[in-house]
Design a protein around this ligand. Structure first.
Ligand code: GLU
Length: 280
């Protein structure tokens, strides 16, 4: 069994486009239904779940009957705007079946950069959670393009984990975890060494954009913000409830302990990272 350093009361669950859309770019309703039931089970144990969900572009393409991803940015942003409505429809229908409600929250990088907006986003999300409603967060692709270009919401999920001082970030993936050179899954990682970075490589397919490299980048942000992370396969039965119980699924990245945040230092941490990545 895995023992977490703190009790798990709030988890961020990141779903990439390939967790949301099938090969025909239609919603993976059966998989998402199973996740919704797990959210309901966790809520009964007073554990809050926040989804950071991609899939807008994929479902937007599906809505338009397209199979080839456009290359032009404005065309991708249009697919995201079209697909976001479909995405929320799926979440709200499935969560309704387990007597839960959801809220759409679209964030841009400016929301993390600007202190007033950062605090505002935090307060709004806290107020949503207080109502027992499940936030479904995505990048606001209409005006913000970082995740379209870089990572299918991997980085966004880490920043949200820091924003909300989450107890765990679960990145659901197509693979069982991070594999070593012998194709065995690393069970536990406390330091992201160059060997670990090398194992991550990078992949892209017609649905998923992130690959393991952007996931490891996200893990670095989250663990430095004192949030432990798990990368694991999204199709594992009862993945969320089993992880919270401490079952050894996927790769577990232990959080850093070096610096304890006080007050709003998360904002400074996030800003510094954002500035580095955006090259500002
Ligand atoms: N935010 C985007 C989405 O929801 C990112 C994924 C992508 O670039 O395909 O679709």
């Amino acid at each position: 069994m895995r023992t977490f350093q703190k009790s798990i009361k709030r988890i961020i669950v990141k779903l990439g486009s390939s967790q949301i859309a099938d090969a025909k770019l239609q919603p993976k309703t059966a998989d998402l239904k199973r996740l919704a039931s797990q959210v309901a089970a966790l809520r009964k144990e007073n554990i809050e779940v926040i989804f950071v969900s991609s899939g807008a572009i994929a479902l937007g393409m599906g809505e338009l009957g397209e199979s080839k991803r456009p290359t032009e940015l404005a065309a991708l942003q249009a697919r995201a705007a079209i697909g976001q409505a479909a995405l929320m429809r799926v979440y709200s229908e499935l969560l309704k079946k387990v007597k839960l409600k959801c809220a759409q929250v679209l964030l841009t990088w400016d929301d993390f950069d600007n202190r007033a907006r950062f605090l505002n986003a935090r307060h709004t999300l806290e107020a949503i959670l207080k109502q027992g409603v499940v936030p479904i967060i995505n990048e606001n692709d209409t005006t913000s393009t970082e995740e379209i270009k870089f990572g299918d919401n991997d980085k966004l999920s880490a920043l949200v984990a820091s924003l909300l001082r989450a107890d765990l970030l679960v990145i659901l993936s197509d693979v069982e975890g991070l594999y070593d050179a012998n194709k065995r899954v690393f069970e536990e990682i406390s330091e992201i060494t160059t060997e670990i970075e090398g194992a991550a490589g990078g992949t892209k397919n017609h649905i998923a954009r992130g690959g393991m490299k952007t996931k490891i980048d996200a893990v670095k942000i989250a663990t430095h913000a004192h949030v432990p992370c798990i990368i694991t396969a999204g199709n594992t039965p009862n993945v969320l409830t089993r992880l919270v119980k401490g079952q050894r699924l996927g790769t577990y990245f232990i959080e850093k302990k070096d610096k304890i945040f006080d007050g709003d230092s998360e904002h400074e941490f996030i800003r510094s990272h954002f500035q580095n990545r955006a090259g500002r």
